[in-house]
Ligand binder design. Sequence first.
Ligand SMILES: Cc1ncc(COP(=O)(O)O)c(C=O)c1O
Length: 379
Amino acid sequence: MKFPIDKFQKLRTPFYYYDSELLRTTLNEIKKQIQKDPFVVHYALKANSNPEILRIIREAGIGADCVSGGEVEAALEAGIPASKIVFAGVGKTNWEIEVGLDNDIFCFNVESMPELEVINQLARERNKMAHIALRINPNVSAHTHHYITTGMNENKFGISLSDLDRVLDVTARQSNLKLIGIHFHIGSQINDMTAFQGLCLRVNEVRQYLLSRRITLEHINVGGGLGIDYEHPDAFPIADFKSYFDVFRRHLPLHDGQKLHFELGRSIVAQCGSLIARTLYVKEGSSRSFVILDAGFTELIRPALYQAYHKIENLSSELPPKEYDIVGPICESSDTFAKAYALNETKRGDLIALRSAGAYGEVMASQYNLRKLPKAYMD
Ligand SMILES: Cc1ncc(COP(=O)(O)O)c(C=O)c1O
């Protein structure tokens, strides 16, 4: 990626920088891949809800996948039509459900029996029919970091297969709920397509079982989870959407009139964003040297939270690389971006880019240590 370094020199660091052209190219690639199929993509706002990003996504005609009332409101404010909004989440509060009902969103992905009853009651008070999909925990391994697997029995998400029968009975008795679909999501940063293949097999089994109960559903939602290449953001700036959608084409043949929904987050926005920081100090020790940045886990928590790797580049130096531990200024040892990392020889004031930070970066920023939230710029 070519960074506008002259412009960066005038800005106060740390900040997020988004490349709108890469975002648009990514969205076009998705649209190209799905144009001949009854596939519907919803963007998972949890990955990044920056209003400029949402505007570009809305312009591309992509819908929204939300996990809170705040996200439903942000999607609506960005102009994404309510008819393209799905709302998941294991702990929806009454006001959040009301935001969805009052705006007639497309579908609630329901994760438990008590939630069914609450949505039904709130819909009844409004004299509305709430459209719902049951989020089923498919017990399929995503072969990814255990903090970001969601579709195993030990995870808190969704309705387990063994409870499905009972939940269907209860759903049928709710006067103000219309069951329109089933929903699944197995995890995030998945690059092994056999995991999605496993999901397809499970979806087929569930669909067969529903048919045996004479239930046919128009909408199947397989969640998100497609991974990106954190190690080579320049060589592979666009995720492998072709292989991903091919898996579903091949292994999940749709019945007449059926639509397949996807909730992609990371694969849409990760590569278009970088966190730009400045080097505060280089602390040369006898055993190791530290590059101390003005960004820490308050701006980008993924390395501290899930030992995630981000490629790091010194935008100001063309000197040969040296090995550094690259850390932030926060008073916690976990505030480390990388250990023994080969970075072009660095001095105070150098601009540093932490790449592939467009997803689960800015949205997870905090004000711990009373730090200021990072600004964001887009080109
Ligand atoms: C229900 C649901 N849908 C979609 C996503 C988006 O996943 P990703 O960013 O990996 O595409 C998530 C993320 O965890 C999720 O929990």
